[in-house]
Ligand binder design. Sequence first.
Ligand code: CTP
Ligand code: MN
Ligand code: MN
Length: 489
Amino acid sequence: METSKPIIYFVEKGLYKARLNHLTALAEKSNFLKVNKNYSNQVTHVLAQDCTKLQVLQFLKKVKKLKPDELSWENQKFVNISWFTSCMKEKELVPVLETHLLKDEDENIGVPSKKLKLEEKIPMYACQRSSPLNHKNKIFTDALEVLEEHALYRGDQNADARSLAFRRGSSTLKSLKHKISHINDLKNLPHIDIGGSSKPGHCKRVIIDILANGHSTEVEEVTSNEFYQTMKLFCGIFGVGPQTARKWFYDLKLRTLDDVKNCSSISLNRDQSYGLEYYEDLNSPLPLLDAKRIENHIREVATSIQEGIEVILVGGFRRGKQVGHDIDLLITHPEDGKEKILHKILDKLKDEFVYTDKKAGTTENPYHAAKVTATSQSTTDHFEKCYGIFKVDKTDKAAGENHKRTWTARRVDLIVVPYSQFPFAVLGWTGSKHFEREIRRYSKSEKQIVLTSHGMYTLEGKQNIPASSEKEIFELLGLEYQDPEDRNC
Ligand code: CTP
Ligand code: MN
Ligand code: MN
């Protein structure tokens, strides 16, 4: 019976040692395959990754120093590792299909897609590409974004740069019109196939792992880790960031929300107390319909205060998201009418806000007000604003866990903006965060223009450049216009 099992051999060419060991261990654990660590003529299946049959034979001859008579390749199947991973997935032998067989040299699999790549050269900056909400490579971008998040949670020396590298890789994939299905598809992709190096970068390794095994071992290790899970839980509390969460995890050994509530050695600030109290509400997905209701409600209140006030929904919902984590509303007013608008709105809505955190604006030199750094995760501006928690009436009885309340607590951001800065504020608050980071980096590096949510000016001479719409800002920057729906990078 033993002899009827296929005997496989993995061609070391192009495989990392760790991967080779991993595959060998999988094969050894299976009860329907035997694995030979060396090539011999007993081998029935020669398994290789991204090689042609000819390349494998050359490798065996040259590197393994096999003589022609030691090769019994006419009786052997030369197959791609994808066949092996299919067997592992099905937990049994699957037939070797035409698509599994290694190609001969003359039909080199790399060639057709290489040609394709030349035609569609992908720009370096995310703001030069169109990134729709629904794209074809979610399996890869989800994985890379876990690693992005994990880098921020760890917060060690190069955390910002590391997390940004993962985001840039994932953002490239979001702009692709096709699904990545082969390592060759990664050729020349910005921030993934990093030129000149023979060793693939971290993003590429993760993608290759998913291509080969259907999942990334590294990502699975991260997500099953207590540190990652606890950090995710704690960072979900409004007002808690990675630094605080790390202190709770490492120094105070806290693991649950109850641990936090019962810990006598921490004093929560106002944000955090409310964040903890309404944890469930604030972490339940906020549907677009609720956002629209609140938008309309706040618009009614705001426009009753002064003529000419306009309210628009920005953030993720403007980019076409159907669910979000908060409601971002820009309130714009005529230049001469900035008298206590936010104060008046909040006063009229005081029974509906559970919590408000008002930030005073600064008006002097607005163009220079916003600080931008290449790696910073946020782009701060100097508008008068309010980060709040709002009572949103429940529309159906099923919503929310808290049966006593007739409302759900939701995060609402209100930002007050004068007309003249409105296009810049809309652009700055529509996001995504990565889009904002990229359009500012592009402006500065490629056009020597500083772009903020207040305006833009030339780096040299600090000359203000006015614009009256988002489209005009793109045009002035020499960028193809991207609809908000295409800024989901
Ligand atoms: N933003 C900003 N200054 C802040 C907070 C946010 O300029 N202090 C901008 C960011 O560029 C971000 C956008 O406003 O892209 C919306 O921020 P946020 O609500 O955090 O993210 P969303 O993209 O709306 O995602 P979500 O659906 O999770 O709310
Ligand atoms: Mn938002
Ligand atoms: Mn927000």
